[in-house]
Write a protein that binds this ligand. Sequence first.
Ligand code: SAM
Length: 231
Amino acid sequence: MVGLSKRLAAVARHIPSGSVVADIGTDHAFLPVYLIQTGKAKKVLAGEVTPGPYHTARETVRSFKLEQQIDVRIGNGLAIMQPGEADVAVLAGMGGRTIISILIAGSEVLEAIKRLIIQPMRDVTVVRRWLVENGWCLADEEMVYEDGHYYVIITAEKGNEKIVDEFILNVGPRLLEKKDNILVDYLKKRFANIDVVLKRLDDAKSDEARLRASLLIKEKEKIREVLELCQ
Ligand code: SAM
């Protein structure tokens, strides 16, 4: 059985058993192999835009003798497939803005996707906002901590969800509802870090520094409220 990082294992948890999955930006193709080996997926389309990782993915699939179940394709984003070829799409380990541009470019294929599992390396707030403004609801969220980094996994399904509060988009509505332990840990660190930055800004006299300080004080207050609720 192929071993997965904590981050990719969390991504796999959000895939319903027996799905047909498109793993966009598959790189080494460890996730597709795991999904087939565990029966989570009955078929995986593994997409890669870069020739190096594409060949690595093909080699991984060949070494596990899974060529019948995992179809490694080279191409940009969702363009590797026709609408309806997969019901779940995974976009993990890429920047949030890259993920959004892949979703926009692949709108026709996206129509037929029932569930998106997204793990952005940055700009998580931007991804959440894009999803809720484009006919998706945030069905579930998970946070994992691995090798000194916090990672967010978002499961989105078709639906209407209105979130206007920037702080909620920032921390994650489902994580907040669950009073997620790792989110709490992350917010405690963020709270302490804001204090450090505020001390530094205390000496700065520019309007910019004052504006930044006032935003951080507001954020700190919101974090305090959340941490009190999570006690
Ligand atoms: N998904 C794996 C994971 O989470 O461990 C691999 C992440 S790796 C850091 C990102 C991969 O996405 C790279 O191999 C890169 O070539 C690929 N990639 C970036 N943009 C892409 C695009 N538009 N279409 C397909 N693959 C893309």
